[in-house]
Design a protein around this ligand. Structure first.
Ligand SMILES: Nc1ncnc2c1ncn2[C@@H]1O[C@H](COP(=O)(O)OP(=O)(O)OP(=O)(O)O)[C@@H](O)[C@H]1O
Length: 272
């Protein structure tokens, strides 16, 4: 990122509505993300999290309102160019062949699912793929075929793939879903390392579970039925009051050593 771009918001979404087949999926969502911020996007099933992430990744357009990503307004920019500057880790990555993990990472340089015919990585790209696998703690899986990787290993490989293009914005859709506790902790530690290694990169992570948030999370947006329940610094948003409202259930939130946990509130009331 050029020095003069560093203070510019990475994302500026203003009054965004998104309508699909007559249904209002996002309702007046406003969000500003600055370089180096790490956002959690939380909400119950069907709240609109993946839909909002698709907008931020320039894969969808707002019906009303404006979305600027990396300084470019959606609808007025070549989305292919913009997407190349955004890392999008999608758990529905549609790779069916037994591509070795290192080559899966290299497809981040081509923006494709498979390695394109006759394409060869430069020595620099090849070295970078190895470095990124090491950063994500998956160096020992470099030659393993995609088809044999565990869900946690695939998650790390996909994050490394998203970083090949050296993005200013990294979008993570439920990266810890389905992982056992050790794999989840390993993945979150890798995300923390990554954030420390790239201090200007902004991230937005979708999750259902507060336990899946890395300690480096700085901000949060709570969505319910397409509407914002709360938005801002993590400690102001991830409170018992707002999370209970968001999930329509009494929940107590605790933060210890940087990490969050949630449990059903005891009968008799909710804390702050
Ligand atoms: N093309 C579409 N047409 C109509 N409704 C849609 C369309 N795409 C998504 N939806 C609906 O929009 C709502 C939000 O979906 P979205 O996938 O963004 O939610 P989510 O918060 O990511 O949910 P989950 O936690 O279950 O993954 C859901 O009710 C979904 O059924």
């Amino acid at each position: 990122m050029a020095a003069d771009e560093r203070d510019r918001n990475v994302i500026d979404a203003d009054g965004v509505d998104l309508v699909r087949t007559g249904k209002l999926l996002l309702d007046q969502v406003t969000l500003a993300v600055r370089p180096g911020e790490h956002w959690a996007l939380l909400g119950p099933n069907g709240a609109g999290k993946t839909t909002l992430l698709a907008l931020l990744g320039a894969r969808a357009h707002p019906t009303r309102g404006t979305v600027r990503v990396l300084g470019h307004r959606l609808g007025r920019v070549d989305v292919r160019e913009l997407r190349a500057r955004i890392g999008h880790v999608d758990p529905r990555h549609d790779l069916r062949s037994a591509l070795p993990a290192r080559e899966v990472v290299l497809t981040g340089a081509t923006g494709s699912i498979e390695i394109p015919p006759r394409w060869e990585p430069t020595p620099g790209q090849d070295a970078r793929a190895g470095e990124l696998l090491a950063l994500l703690g998956a160096a020992d899986r470099a030659q393993d075929p995609w088809t044999t990787l565990s869900q946690g290993e695939r998650g790390r490989v996909l994050i490394a793939r998203a970083l090949m293009a050296d993005p200013d914005l990294l979008l993570l859709d439920e990266p810890a879903t389905g992982l056992d506790v050790a794999a989840r902790e390993g993945l979150l530690a890798a995300v923390d390392r990554l954030r420390a290694a790239r201090p200007h990169m902004a991230t937005v992570m979708v999750t259902h579970h507060l336990e899946e948030l890395p300690a480096t999370t700085t901000h949060a947006l709570l969505l319910r039925a397409g509407r914002t329940v709360a938005c801002g610094p993590a400690d102001e948003v991830l409170t018992s009051k707002f999370v209970s409202e968001c999930f329509d259930h009494p929940i107590e939130i605790e933060r210890r050593a940087g990490r969050w946990s949630a449990r059903a509130a005891a009968a008799g009331g909710q804390g702050a």
